[in-house]
Write a protein that binds this ligand. Sequence first.
Ligand code: TRP
Length: 358
Amino acid sequence: MENNIILTGDRPTGPLHLGHYVGSLSNRVRLQNTGKYIPFVMIADLQALTDNAENPAKIRQNILEVALDYLAAGLEPDKTTMFVQSHITALTELPMYYANLVTMSRLERNPTIKNEIKLRGFERNLPVGFMTYPISQAADITAFRAKYVPVGDDQLPMLEQAREIVSAFNRIYKCDVLVEPEAILPDNSSCTRLVGTDGNAKMSKSLGNCIYLKDDEKTVKQKIMSMYTDPEHININDPGHVDGNAVFAYLDAFSNKRHFEEYLPEYQSLDEMKKHYMRGGLGDMKCKKFLNNVMQEMLRPIRERREEYAKDKGEVLNMLKKGTDHAQEVSLETLALVRRAIGVDYFNDEDFIEEFTK
Ligand code: TRP
């Protein structure tokens, strides 16, 4: 049978933002709705603890926030299994086996890790758990024998690491228990990594440059109106730059032809609008107002669904519990196969028992 299992996750360090949405969440919803896949979506609280060990309250608070964001974005519990990482026992056991297949220098080469170490200002005080989270992430994916992982491009090094672990495992233990995963990136390349509202290369909670899925209309508008544009575009008639301009990066990611017909009919397309901006004569305010219309239209249904689900948080918690129970069951099957492949399944292994008792 063809493998059509999907797994992804998010760290519950805050509510989810537009970067999550365009990079991965919208893809998950789309894949879910094709009905062709078996999707698992994980709240990665163990991974969040790797750099928040002293602040578990933050993680705890955000479990429900992220679950609400999932439902708001359109994930449905009867189609997608949503679950909590820390309650899946295979996800603490598998990394122990996998860690022996990865060298220290390999971990040190991981560009995502390098960048995160820099961002967080870790030097030698790097928690061991943080350094090894790519191994844990390989466990997340392989525990469900997932073939597809919808992510933004910042996660590609994690997938590469996971594939290496899979191939080492299957080779060394002479089996085909683990499945090599593939990334599913957004079709629109401006979505693989959305810049922050300040123009910084990545939207990230710690940089304070995010638009959250749960932000109300007024907050979204304020964030858009104070977005980074082009510092050399001072007067309307100055020629402007669209590269590195956050407003245009967002328009690349979110606007379509219909938006122009509806909100800015004087341009046929984003290309035309960009040309005008680059020649001079198109003001930032007008661009931002257009972007605001586009964004509000997209975020409104998400926000409304979130409010609806937030009325019954007990039900959301139940949904997570059910998803977690199911995920536990599925991953225990993989764990049993892994133990068997390595040969540490002593008490169920007939050959071992025979040798031991002969
Ligand atoms: N590292 C991912 C992020 O920071 C979250 C994550 C944890 C994940 N486990 C995963 C993503 C497994 C994909 C697959 O966004």
